[in-house]
Write a protein that binds this ligand. Structure first.
Ligand code: 3PG
Length: 306
């Protein structure tokens, strides 16, 4: 069996070693396509693959049509908005993700960005602290839970809103569960986003919610840039001089923000949340072992498509 690891943003070397070991122990062959710049390279590499491991790499009908031997694709990570699940189903290809494996790394980045911003980008002038500030966790999944744990260490006042998670689970972690999304934004100086990007959530965070935030508001987005309504984000920037936006990957309107609102933003140059050796090792090896378990035993835990 041939397993292709196709990563436009490569895993740490140690993670690749771990994936190779896992696959070779099962008698499988690893083929690597790293840091590719042209989709044609992926289309050609995927031809021979029985299984595919990707990160945010786009797996669309073009890729799936080229992958005539493909039985399973695993997104080594949480968000699967890059995979056409319906197209996988139509071709009898199983799609999975590896939930939780890179969540701590993403949560740590959220705090890295918050501290950076609170200290004025380390510009030598007095900044502010996170202790005592209100933090709203928008969606209490794997990343949200790690964010809550770290926030407790910082001494923040922590709130969460997640319509898909029972309040009791949130309250058990000592976090105040809020009933509505409006409650979250109107109560929290910091809001950290952990919602997936799908048809319901895309462009769902905009003027209404952001203008409700209390003074010195900071929106932290380590989820997906697509969940923000950027036109409305610009309106909030224009109306409030106490609003900052921190995002793991620049929004499409970044040039405008950079020109007009210095000191009120931070954007990573590439999506960096899961870019730690630990997260790469966890997610990469989990992906390899899920492929083996599926191909050997038909194990469909973490299957995303029906
Ligand atoms: C995820 O959804 O798991 C994260 O956004 C990480 O994405 P990446 O693997 O492309 O860094």
């Amino acid at each position: 069996m041939k397993v292709l690891v196709a990563t436009e943003k490569p895993f740490a070397g140690e993670a690749v070693k771990g994936i190779r070991k896992e696959l070779e122990n099962a008698g499988y062959e690893l083929s690597l396509l790293e840091a590719y710049t042209d989709k044609k390279e992926l289309l050609s590499a995927v031809k021979e693959a029985d299984a595919l491991i990707v990160r945010s790499d786009i797996v669309d009908t073009g890729v799936l049509d080229a992958a005539t031997r493909l039985k399973i694709v695993v997104r080594a990570g949480a968000g699967y908005d890059n995979i056409d699940l319906e197209a996988c189903t139509a071709r009898d290809i199983v799609a999975m993700n590896t939930p939780g494996q890179n969540s701590n790394a993403v949560a740590e980045l959220a705090f890295g960005m918050m501290v950076y911003q609170a200290r004025g980008g380390f510009n030598g002038k007095p900044g502010t602290e996170l202790r005592g500030k209100s933090l709203g966790i928008h969606a209490y999944g794997n990343v949200g839970k790690y964010v809550a744990k770290i926030a407790r260490g910082f001494g923040m006042e922590i709130f969460a809103f997640d319509p898909f998670v029972d309040d009791k689970i949130i309250e058990k972690d000592g976090i105040k569960a809020l009933k509505t999304v409006e409650d979250l934004y109107s109560n929290c100086q910091y809001v950290s986003l952990h919602i997936p990007a799908n048809n319901q959530t895309k462009a769902s965070i905009g003027y209404k919610l952001l203008s409700m935030m209390p003074g010195n508001a900071t929106l932290v987005n380590t989820a997906r840039k697509e969940v923000i309504n950027e036109q409305e984000l610009m309106k909030v920037f224009a109306e409030r001089d106490d609003f900052s936006y921190l995002s793991d990957i620049a929004p499409d309107c970044s040039d405008d923000i950079i020109t007009k609102y210095p000191g009120r933003y931070f954007f990573t140059p590439k999506k960096m949340g899961a870019q730690t050796a630990e997260a790469n090792i966890n997610a990469g090896i989990a992906a390899a072992s899920q492929i083996i378990a599926f191909l050997e035993e038909g194990d469909e835990t973490f299957r995303l498509n029906s």
